[in-house]
Structure formats: structure tokens, C-alpha cells
Design a protein around this ligand. Structure first.
Ligand code: NAD
Length: 420
């Protein structure tokens, strides 16, 4: 049977729990999900018909604060996947030490098959179903695959209609004109870039490093653009339809700017004739480069291709891109993995800044947002590195990040005790 993402996340947890010597009671608490919400709801189609859709919202652990996590619109959404992503969010918020617990949500739908009107209907109805469990003090959704700032604006408006007043703190990732934070759009990619700069600080920095980026959406296009600005050579970029290569560097900044006008990566290649060549999609992660950045979907690095990876460093942009088997192979081969719960935490970190701004009715400048992001994520990186080094090379960065995340959640859970 193939390993599901929940299998991976749970086995990563148990591996860290074994290393920490966590008690059975703590293991039971840490693997329990506080709320598992499942809904089936109708959505009116433009032609007057309707279809039933299925959605989930899961809160994992909320000992450290309100549940926080994205909402995904994708055909492969499943309850197991949502649970896995919610658990990752708990550890991620704890790793960067922001006062949130973990949540995730999703609707089984390919948003590309819906008109704008149908997408709004679906979002408003799903939000209405979720009204009892979301809120600025309880659960704060954000964008993920297939959702964006417009979807967040609809969620905010629908929730506000139910309450009778505007509640900007109920979601993050809103449009800036509705109280979204400056810098939120680029935050995950920017966080990845900061973490990589810090990791390579003593080995020449990112300047001249050859980097392959898989996925050219919100995360991949931004990290590619920002690393190019720092002097890296983005030798491969790819989305689900095309992979492009230039040993002297693909102009990722130009590609990102073209996509921002509503075009796709294949269209950029067709229309703009950039200096690069199409290569097979599966060549990107096994390319001869210094760093690979999986920034598309989960489980793209598995036992099948982990042995073929040539890069000495994996920077996890996506959530859960590496299976447990691939992780073991990387450890054996001395390939360093900067784990998702640290590397891509820039998104939730700036979401936290947006939530703080919404609750205080203040606006931070983009400079302040980026500066605070660099401070928090760099400090998290240094704490994790120090912890890894104290294990005398026995632990991976993922082990060390998991230990820190789990310990902080266990401590909060213990201090609060069991009610009543
Ligand atoms: P997105 O929908 O904006 O982009 C996804 C990209 O991946 C697209 O370019 C798509 O074509 C590409 N893709 C899909 N399948 C592929 C495949 N098999 N091979 C190559 N490319 C493929 O999504 P996103 O927001 O950029 O999220 C990407 C990943 O990062 C997800 O795992 C998400 O959970 C994670 N993540 C996102 C954020 C955020 O702030 N958006 C934060 C943390 C983690």
C-alpha cells in the first residue's frame, strides 16, 4: 500500500516522540484531533442546476492558541490529507513560536471547472457551514492550493454577514485593501529565501548557486524570483505542465511577472520565447544542481527517486514533499533537508502579523513585515540548528524542528491541564 501523507506525518511524529522519550499519554494527546468537521453542501450552478460538494475543516491541537491553517480547493482533497496538514500546522506555528494551534480545511473541487459566480457560491456556502467553528479567536483560515485573496475576501464577508459586523481577523491572506498585510502574498517564498540565505551564510551564500524549483504558483514563483534577485541561478523551473532549463539561469523574475498578468508557464514559453529549453517534468528534482526546491505538491520525493537526487540540499517549499522512505535515504546519503515546518513557515508567520494588525486596526509597512519575518524565521532556523548540532550529527534538521515543535505543544498542554 502506498504511504499516505497522514502516514508520513504520523510516522515523523512517532520518530520524534521516540527520540524525545515522550510518554504514551503525551503521544495520545498529541495525535488526537480536537475537531473534525465534515460537510456536504449544495452549490447552485450558472445553468440553474446544482451539485453537492464535500468539504472538511480540522483543528488538531489548540493548546498554544487559535487554530490556524489554509483552505485548499483541489480534486485530491481527502480527510486524511486535511488531518495531516492540520497536524503539520500545529508543529509549524510552534517552531516559529507564534501563538496558534494547527488547522486545515479543504473542498473536493477543481476550481478551474467553476465560473467566478460558482466559486463565490461554493465559498459562501462552505463558509456558512463553518461559521460555528471559525472565528478570530477560534480558527482563522488562510489561502492554500486553489484559493487566493479573493476567496478570503468572500469568507470574511460571509462570516461578517452572519455576525452582523465586519470581522477582519477571521481570515488572513485577504486583499490589502480589505486589511490584508503588506508582504503576505510573497511571505512563504520570502521565508524560504531567508532560510536558505541563513543556511548558506558560511558557505558563500546563495550567489551563483544552481537551484531547481518545482511548482510555479504562489510559493515556487516567488522563491525563484527572490533567489534570482539574490544572485542565484535558477537553472530549472517547472509547473504541472512544463519544465524549463537553462544552465545559465532561467529568468524566473520575468516568468513570475508574466504569470502575474494571468498567463501560465507554458504560455510564457510559447509567447515570450525566453532563453531556456523544455525538459521532462521528472528531471527537475534529480537535476545536477546545488539546491532543489519542491514547491508544488506532497510526496514528490519518494523511495523511487530519492536515490537519484544529485543536489546536496532540499529546501521544502511544499507541505510534505518528502516521504518517510525518501527521508531515510537522504539521511543515509548525507543530503540535507530543510523541513517544511521551518522552511515554508513564512506564510503563517506573516498571517500572524496580519491577524495582529487586524485586531489592533493598525497597518505595518512592507519593510516592517519583511524585517519581522526575517527575524522570526532566522531565529527559528538558528534554534533548530543548535538543537541538531547538540545531537552530534545524529539528528536531521527535521528531527530537531519536530522536537522543538512537539516540546512546545506538550508544555502548553501540560500547563493548561485537562478540563474539567
Ligand atoms: P499554487 O496552487 O499556487 O501552485 C502550485 C504549483 O504547483 C502550480 O504551478 C502547479 O502547476 C504546480 N504543480 C502541481 N502539480 C505539479 C507536479 N506534479 N509537478 C510540478 N508542478 C506541479 O499552490 P501554492 O500556494 O504555491 O502551494 C504549493 C505548496 O506549498 C503546497 O504544498 C502548499 O500546501 C504549500 N504551502 C503554501 C503556502 C502558501 O502561502 N501558499 C504556505 C505554506 C505551504
Amino acid at each position: 500500500m502506498t504511504e499516505s501523507m497522514l502516514d508520513t506525518v504520523l510516522s515523523q511524529f512517532h520518530q520524534a516522540a521516540d527520540q524525545l522519550g515522550l510518554s504514551d499519554d503525551h503521544r495520545e494527546t498529541m495525535t488526537a484531533f480536537k475537531t473534525v468537521f465534515h460537510t456536504q453542501f449544495p452549490v447552485a450552478r450558472d445553468d440553474g442546476s446544482f451539485d453537492i460538494f464535500e468539504g472538511y475543516r480540522v483543528h488538531h491541537n489548540v493548546a498554544r492558541g487559535p487554530a490556524k491553517g489554509g483552505i485548499r480547493y483541489a480534486p485530491m482533497v481527502s480527510l486524511d490529507e486535511v488531518k495531516a496538514l492540520a497536524m503539520l500546522m500545529t508543529w509549524k506555528s510552534a517552531v516559529v513560536n507564534i501563538p496558534f494551534g494547527g488547522a486545515k480545511g479543504g473542498v473536493i473541487v477543481d476550481p478551474a471547472t467553476l465560473s467566478t459566480n460558482e466559486l463565490r457560491n461554493l465559498t459562501r456556502r462552505f463558509t456558512t457551514e463553518m461559521v460555528p467553528i471559525i472565528g478570530p479567536d477560534s480558527d482563522i483560515p488562510a489561502p492554500d492550493m486553489g484559493t487566493n485573496a479573493q476567496v478570503m475576501a468572500w469568507i470574511m464577508d460571509t462570516y461578517s454577514m452572519a455576525r452582523g459586523y465586519t470581522v477582519p481577523g477571521v481570515v488572513t491572506g485577504k486583499p490589502v485593501s480589505l486589511g490584508g498585510s503588506a508582504g503576505r502574498q510573497d511571505a512563504t517564498g520570502r521565508g524560504l529565501s531567508y532560510v536558505l540565505q541563513e543556511h548558506l551564510r558560511d558557505s558563500g551564500g546563495v550567489q551563483g548557486k544552481r537551484i531547481a524549483v518545482q511548482g510555479f504558483g504562489n510559493v515556487g514563483s516567488v522563491v525563484a524570483k527572490l533567489l534570482q534577485q539574490e544572485g542565484a541561478l535558477i537553472t530549472y523551473i517547472a509547473d504541472k505542465d512544463i519544465a524549463l532549463h537553462n544552465p545559465a539561469g532561467v529568468d524566473a523574475g520575468a516568468a513570475a511577472a508574466y504569470l502575474a498578468q494571468g498567463h501560465s508557464l507554458p504560455q510564457w514559453y510559447e509567447d515570450q520565447h525566453p532563453a531556456c529549453d523544455p525538459v521532462p517534468l521528472d528531471s527537475v528534482l534529480i537535476a545536477d544542481v546545488d539546491v532543489i526546491v519542491p514547491a508544488a505538491i506532497e510526496h514528490v520525493l519518494t523511495e523511487e527517486n530519492a536515490g537519484l537526487v544529485k543536489a546536496p540540499l532540499v529546501l521544502e517549499g511544499a507541505n510534505g514533499p518528502t516521504s518517510q522512505g525518501a527521508d531515510a535515504i537522504f539521511k543515509e546519503r548525507g543530503i540535507t533537508v530543510i523541513p517544511d515546518i521551518l522552511a515554508n513557515a513564512g506564510g503563517v508567520t506573516v498571517s500572524y502579523f496580519e491577524w495582529v494588525q487586524a485586531r489592533q486596526y493598525v497597518r505595518w509597512t512592507e519593510e516592517r513585515v519583511n524585517e519581522e519575518l526575517r527575524r522570526l524565521i532566522t531565529s527559528a532556523y538558528q534554534t533548530i540548528c543548535a538543537r541538531q548540532q547538540s545531537s552530534r550529527g545524529q539528528a536531521t534538521l527535521r528531527d530537531a524542528a519536530s522536537w522543538i515543535g512537539i516540546e512546545r505543544v506538550v508544555e502548553a498542554t501540560e500547563l493548561r491541564g485537562i478540563f474539567p
